[in-house]
Structures are given as structure tokens and as C-alpha cells.
Design a protein around this ligand. Sequence first.
Ligand SMILES: NC(=O)c1ccc[n+]([C@@H]2O[C@H](COP(=O)([O-])OP(=O)(O)OC[C@H]3O[C@@H](n4cnc5c(N)ncnc54)[C@H](O)[C@@H]3O)[C@@H](O)[C@H]2O)c1
Length: 361
Amino acid sequence: MAKKIAIVGAGWMAAYHVAGFRAAGAEVVAIADRNPAAAREASQKYGVDKTFGETTDLYGAIKDLDAVSIITPNAFHHPLVMEALAAGKHVFCEKPPALNAVDVGQMIGAAEKAGKTLMFNFNNRARPEAYVMREYFRSGAVGRVNSAQATWIRRNGIPGFGGWFTTKKLSGGGPVIDLLHMIDLALHFMEYPEPRFVLGQTFSDFIDNQEFKGPWGIPDVKDGVTDVEASAHAFVTFKSGQVLSIRNSWAEMNEREIVSVVFQGQKAGGKIQRLFRVDGIDATSIDSCEVYSQEHGVPVTRTIIVEADETMGRTRSAKNFALVLEDAEAPLNVPHEAHTLMKIIDGIYASAKSGRPVELA
Ligand SMILES: NC(=O)c1ccc[n+]([C@@H]2O[C@H](COP(=O)([O-])OP(=O)(O)OC[C@H]3O[C@@H](n4cnc5c(N)ncnc54)[C@H](O)[C@@H]3O)[C@@H](O)[C@H]2O)c1
């Protein structure tokens, strides 16, 4: 029987989740949003029958619900995931996993206790480039990744002023936690080693300057809070000896928006990159995927051609979750990776605050 999944949070990301679940043969049976009008609008748009304002009503009403997809502002991920697991549902949760690593630890404990699948939407792992790169890793052509550089830098990309994105207690932070995808992808390529030290610095220039507003985001809130960073730079060392450099920004004097992971392995290196045009629209982006090696005494650069995916793996990632529920695919991410990622993010903020390296283990 098709798995029954409900959407919690009817924002624009719901479109990708609905498409991905349906592509895997799952049924999207309900949409819950604490703004009932948003739930109703989305239900019409996606052709979903039932809507709910409160998730407690959802669990009471649909007894044979298998899973929920949490797509709310970050601060609600932890309570909604805990509630869903307590109700005995599998959970797919948008990134970031939570506001901090302690909350992620609790979510993992709850998933283990309930015996349910908990996955997060690290959708860049589902990009066609990432699938290809994984084949290079699996073949042994790259060897261990010694070092990587994770970059998601925007020049003018603040996603609205005063709303939940720029309010630390609702978002957990600015671009470090919001644009965590390349940090996750680099760690994925490095096989998620255990971090040892984190050294980071954040900057908040431009965070309340309208000239740095992004081409998308949520509506501004007059007199709202803007207490998160606008950019960050960090360096992470791992117990294994591997190292990772990080650059994330919503607003910084950069050339253009660059989204990339570059890595140096023992046998080969590589790069996955998405360049956005200055208007920052997904459809105008340029993807590239390259592998660097030394062959027959000469340096070789392979350009790997993959199909374009405007969704940045978002639909494929949701499809993966639904296929995992059917035991038809291996999960693209497992919870302990989310825990490590959040420890690193906590470490960047703690180091920026103290001005010192933070020892994580
Ligand atoms: N993976 C990606 O590429 C990607 C891209 C954008 C956003 N996101 C993530 O998706 C999440 C949502 O972002 P968004 O831009 O859609 O936000 P949004 O503010 O546009 O929409 C969120 C929806 O959730 C609803 N909501 C808020 N609190 C709720 C609660 N407690 N219970 C039920 N519904 C609630 C709101 O009414 C709203 O309709 C965030 O965590 C964000 O980081 C991921």
C-alpha cells in the first residue's frame, strides 16, 4: 500500500516535497499549517484533500498516517519532530535539523525509542553532480579526502529583514545555519569524520541594510529583529587529520553568488559548483562538476556532464525519503551526521563569540 505522508508547513518548499513523495508512489494525504489559510491555499494548489491548523488534530484524525514532512521555520523543527515521533510517525525534516546540537541529540534519541526513520533535507546530496561524485568515491578513484572548501557565498542575499530568518531565536543564526548545505556536502564527501577543533568568525555588516536584500525570501517585518550574522569564515580540523574551510554569506563584498565544494583527495580532487547569476534565480544558474587527477604523468581535468536540475536535488531528496520508507533505497543521510553538522555550527558560533578555537571532542 502507498505510504501516507502529511506536510507540516505550507510554504514554497512544500512544492518540492509533494512532487518528490508522489514520484516515489507515496500519497500526500494532508497539509497542516498553523495559518489555516496557507494550508487551504496549498491544499488546492497541490490537490490534497485534508487540511489542519494544529498538528495534534492531524495525528488524531488520520490514524493510518505513516510519515510527516516538517517544513516550518527552524525553531519549530525540534518540537514538531519530537511530537511526530511520539505519535509514531516517520519524519522528514527540512534543514537545518534544529537550532543546536543538543536538540538534534534529543531528536535522535526519540527516533531510536520510537523505532522510526528520521531524515533531514540535505537536498544537495541529491543533485545529479553529487550522485556522480559518489560513484567516483565508491570506485576508489579519489581516496580519502584530505581537505575540502565549502562555500555558499551571496553578495546581496538577505532573505528578508525582521522576519524569522533574521531573528536568532527563531532561525538559530544567519547564513552559517541557513546555507549549511555545502558544509554538509563537504562532510559527506569526507565521510563525516569526527570534528576536533573549530575556529570561526562572523560579521554582521549589512544585516539591516535593505540594499543587500535577496531576490527571494519572506516579507520584511517592520521593527523586527535582525540579530544574526551576515557572513562567516571558519576552519575545522578532524581527529582523522582532515581539514575543512568554510565561507558562508548572505551579504558580503563577493564577486557573485557561488555555491561549491572543492576537495583534495589522496588520489584525485574535484569540484561541484553552482554559479548564480546576479539575479540569483535558480533557473539562471550554471552547474559544473569536475575531477582532477594525475594520469600517465600529466594533470587531467575531467568535466562531467550531468542533467540540469533546477530544484537542486530538492525533489529527488524527498523522493529518497519516501523510497527509504519502502525499503527501496538507502537513505541519503542518517541522523548522526546531522548531529555532527550541528556540533560544527554550534562551534562556529561559540568560537566567533569567544574569539578562541573551540574543542569539540
Ligand atoms: N532545502 C532547501 O533548499 C530549503 C529552501 C528554503 C527553505 N528551507 C527550509 O524550509 C523551512 C521553511 O522555510 P520557508 O521559507 O518555507 O518558510 P515560510 O515562513 O515561508 O513558511 C513556513 C510555513 O510554516 C508555517 N508554520 C510556522 N510555524 C508552524 C508550526 N508551528 N506548525 C505548523 N506550521 C507552521 C507558516 O505559517 C508558513 O506557512 C525552513 O526550515 C527553511 O530553512 C529549505
